[in-house]
Write a protein that binds this ligand. Structure first.
Ligand code: FMN
Length: 828
């Protein structure tokens, strides 16, 4: 498991446990952060007073009045405000009871006022915040849980920072800008990560200070670190004087003498263990409550035990004295308190979005498992007992998908790649259906080469066999469905008899597929199967586009990113994105002018999705228009990124206008536009199942896209070595994704990168030359079990790379690699 994965697993495991506690702590912390203000608002006449012309009593007198009114109580703390509009607060216990009560006191009369409304509720909220209101209070299990949650929060903040580290860390937008146009998983992730970035510092502060109350070792350690000394001992309980209770009035008189009647904003006197009384006297205008002079006074003798004026407090001690104020943000003034309130309130957002991401991830895993079940390598159904074999020859997965659907429809049928069809199998089986696509220039898909050769050179006797062929192809290629026909002739020549004539499928010709299904029905296939049609196109928002090769002498190449509009989409490294292009508006204008059809917005919308004949004339029958075919692009990103990234070279049509697909994605569609697209699973180009398998990635130009997806996937999973051989024009202008490749090399995901530049004198010119100079790397990696991936142009690159590899490894090895799926190509 890679470090990243490990951090992630811990992040989500803690998220679904400690995350819940933190959500509670965040909300309760926010509720009590303005406790005094809330109580003051809710309790006029108790917390706030209208003193008229009456002046507050001197504190010693106030103490005397309170004790006279309630002789049964023992005062633990008295807080006196300078402002006569604020009631004093007394905390006391009755007799020897340990239970404390808190009451407000009129500072001008000493009268004990009623209990503040809402006070008990806020106290409960505070207890929840501190120890989840569990038994044992500060020493119980609740404190352990909240302490652990605070530790987890530090982990969330730091691991979250690592996990979301953007590719361009210096771009502040990547950190802080929230794109609310996103939907589904992408939106949850954006909320989680971007808002996490906003509040990160606040969470580190509140968790770092919150631990103060949870762990003694932490408190002592921080104190030692900041004050340079050992854990500070409280001024020791003065038991030398006669044992007894401290006299608060006497201590206060002593305090007044020591501070020479200084007008403090607020004075808090707390009876400590023994006879000492601790005074905290807040300076007027102090930013927070700990901007205060501290005195400890013997409550029996009135002697000063310790006197620590605020002005003499070093920074480290100030921080230690102000941990609570830092925790609630007050250390940084009102703004700090408000910021802490808001950030505490956002805590549940992380728990909620974290859970949503967790469920989305589970759904995604289930979907991937379903996908894997539909398109595993090898067989589906039991070929050993099958009465019909459905063999497929597929490069980009279409034939494989149809073969599996065919095998599911026919009782007793099993699907398998043609490469798995050996002589023994062919000798026994009585019925064979072959679904074959054509590749290269009328050639078999890579993994079907061996079968094609066996059929052509040493055909077995197949006189017992009945067969049918579904030939997939594209009429834009001169050798339409050539390989399907070659198989048909080969089987026929070997003595097998046709069940029915070969059926040709031009791209996605639904009629041809229906015909195939009808023929299958005649063979006893189920007819209740769901529609074989491909997943419909869906909306993908164009979210990013920038030129990758400014100044290049080649055609402009664009980085294009799209995000699914209707929630998360699934794909694996090696898959392809099919997009529905739209016509350039100039072509539509020319067509309208040539045909004389009225120029309306509706007509333009209709025409921009159709093939527009160049020779159209007035009277043109619009019903004869055919829809534009989709365009395919290798996906450069992995599904975890939530967005499909493409590398597209803008090309020109014969009329000089931008090409249909590239023109639409690289310029025609505005940023933010919704493009119709779908993922085309391409199992023949997926990463090796075993991540330890070494990879050799070879490509040119935009072919880098398909290779980057594998590198990005390997960066996530870790695994075997990965060598990249890639060619372009000039290193100064065409070095796409150079920074990321350097980063991948630094992290070890990319073992080494060999480049070829066709427009400079030094070094290899084309990628095949780079390979020819790296014989040892290639042979060693293949000997170690490497899978070879080739992505890029069919013309000029794929053939030459194949020949170079064959020269290094030998034809037989190349064929074996192709047949066993260790030579995978995505060429176009
Ligand atoms: C690089 C490339 C070369 C192709 N060459 C041919 C060809 O020569 N003749 C043909 O009829 N179709 C050709 N096609 C079209 C494919 O046969 C067609 O898209 C088929 O549906 C792919 O099926 P698959 O996904 O199972 O490989 C080619 C497609 C690509 C991408």
């Amino acid at each position: 498991m890679s470090t990243r994965n490990l951090l992630f697993q811990i992040h989500w495991f803690l998220g679904i446990t400690a995350g819940l506690v933190l959500a509670v702590m965040g909300v309760t912390g926010a509720a009590i952060s303005f406790e005094h203000e809330i109580l003051a608002l809710a309790n006029p006449g108790i917390v706030t007073l209208d003193p008229g012309h009456r002046a507050p009593l001197p504190a010693p007198t106030l103490v005397a009045r309170i004790t006279a009114e309630r002789p049964d109580i023992r005062i633990g703390r008295l807080i006196v405000e300078h402002d006569p509009h604020q009631a004093a607060i007394v905390t006391y216990s009755i007799g020897d009871s340990k239970t404390r009560e808190r009451r407000y006191v009129d500072p001008t009369t000493g009268a004990i006022l009623g209990e503040a409304r809402g006070g008990a509720l806020l106290e409960t909220v505070e207890n929840i915040h501190r120890w989840l209101a569990l038994p044992g209070k500060g020493n119980g299990i609740g404190r352990q849980i909240t302490g652990f949650a605070a530790l987890s929060l530090i982990y969330f903040a730091l691991s979250g920072l690592y996990l979301r580290w953007p590719r361009r860390p210096l771009d502040w937008r990547a950190w802080f800008v929230l794109d609310l146009r996103r939907t589904g998983r992408n939106l949850y992730r954006a909320l989680h990560a971007v808002i996490g970035g906003w509040v990160l510092v606040f969470y580190l502060i509140s968790a770092g200070t919150g631990l103060w109350w949870s762990y003694g070792w932490y408190r002592d350690g921080v104190r030692a670190l900041l004050t340079g000394g050992a854990a500070e001992a409280r001024p020791h309980a003065d038991r030398t004087a006669k044992e007894g209770r401290p006299d608060l009035a006497l201590a206060w008189q002593s305090f007044d003498r020591a501070t020479r009647g200084h007008a403090y904003e607020q004075v808090t006197a707390t009876a400590r263990e023994g006879v000492n009384v601790q005074f905290r006297a807040k300076l007027p205008g102090g930013r927070h409550d700990r901007v205060a002079d501290d005195l400890t006074i013997n409550g029996v003798t009135g002697a000063i035990i310790a006197n620590k004026p605020y002005a003499a407090r070093p920074l480290g001690e100030d921080v230690v004295a102000s941990v609570f104020e830092i925790h609630r943000g007050a250390y940084f003034g009102l703004i700090g308190r408000i910021a802490m309130l808001v950030t505490s309130l956002t805590m549940p957002l992380f728990t909620i979005t974290g859970f949503l991401l967790y469920f989305a991830r589970r759904r995604r895993k289930a979907a991937l498992a379903a996908l894997a079940a539909l398109a595993p390598e090898g067989m589906s159904g039991d070929a050993a007992t099958a009465t019909t074999l459905v063999a497929y020859a597929s490069q980009t997965g279409t034939a494989e998908r149809i073969a599996r659907l065919t095998a599911q429809a026919l009782p007793g049928a099993a699907a398998l790649p043609v490469a798995a069809l050996d002589r023994a199998m062919l000798g026994q089986i009585e019925r064979l259906l072959v679904i074959a696509s054509t590749y290269g220039e009328g050639e078999p898909p890579d993994r079907a080469r061996g079968f094609a050769r066996m059929l052509a050179e040493t055909p077995p006797d197949l006189s017992h066999l009945h067969y049918a062929v579904l030939a997939l192809g594209d009429r834009e290629y001169p050798d339409f469905c050539a390989f399907g026909h070659r198989i048909d002739h080969g089987l026929h020549a070997a003595g097998a008899s046709r069940l029915f004539d070969p059926i040709e499928v031009d791209v996605e010709d639904a009629d041809a597929l229906r015909l195939w299904q009808q023929e299958l029905a005649a063979l006893g296939a189920r007819t209740d199967q769901a529609d074989w049609a491909r997943t419909p196109m869906a909306g993908w928002r164009l979210v990013e586009r920038h030129l990758l090769n400014p100044g290049s002498s080649g055609g402009p190449c664009w980085h294009v990113a799209l995000e699914p509009v209707d929630g998360p989409a699934e794909w694996a490294a090696g898959d392809i994105l099919e997009i529905l292009p739209r016509q350039d508006h100039r072509r539509v204008t020319a067509f309208l002018a040539a045909t004389g059809i009225p120029d309306t917005a509706e007509m333009r919308a209709r025409l921009s999705g159709c093939i527009l004949p160049a020779n159209a004339r007035p009277g043109f029958d619009l019903d004869t228009l055919r829809p534009l075919a989709h365009r395919e692009y290798s996906i450069a990103s992995i599904a975890e990124s939530g967005r499909v990234e493409l590398i597209i070279r803008e090309c020109r049509g014969p009329d000089g206008l931008p090409g249909l697909g590239s023109g639409w994605l690289c310029g025609g569609a505005p940023l933010g536009a919704v493009v119709q697209a779908r993922v085309h699973p391409n199992p023949g180009f997926h990463s090796p199942e075993n991540i330890a398998t070494p990879m050799i990635l070879i490509g040119n130009g935009t072919g880098l896209a398909g290779l980057m997806a594998h590198l990005r996937y390997r960066a996530r999973t870790g695994g075997g070595t990965a060598w990249l051989f890639w060619g372009e024009r000039h290193p100064d202008h065409d070095d796409f994704h150079a920074a990321e490749r350097t980063e991948l090399a630094c992290t070890g995901a990319l073992t080494g990168c060999v480049t070829a530049w066709s427009r400079i004198e030094t070094g290899p010119r084309y990628v095949q030359h780079a390979i020819a100079r790296s014989i040892d790397i290639i042979t060693d990696a293949v000997a170690a079990g490497a899978t070879l991936y080739v992505c890029g142009s069919l013309k000029g690159m794929a053939g030459d790379v194949h020949q170079t590899l064959a020269a290094i490894l030998g034809d037989a090895t190349m064929e074996e690699l192709a047949t066993t799926g260790r030579y995978r190509r995505d060429i176009y």
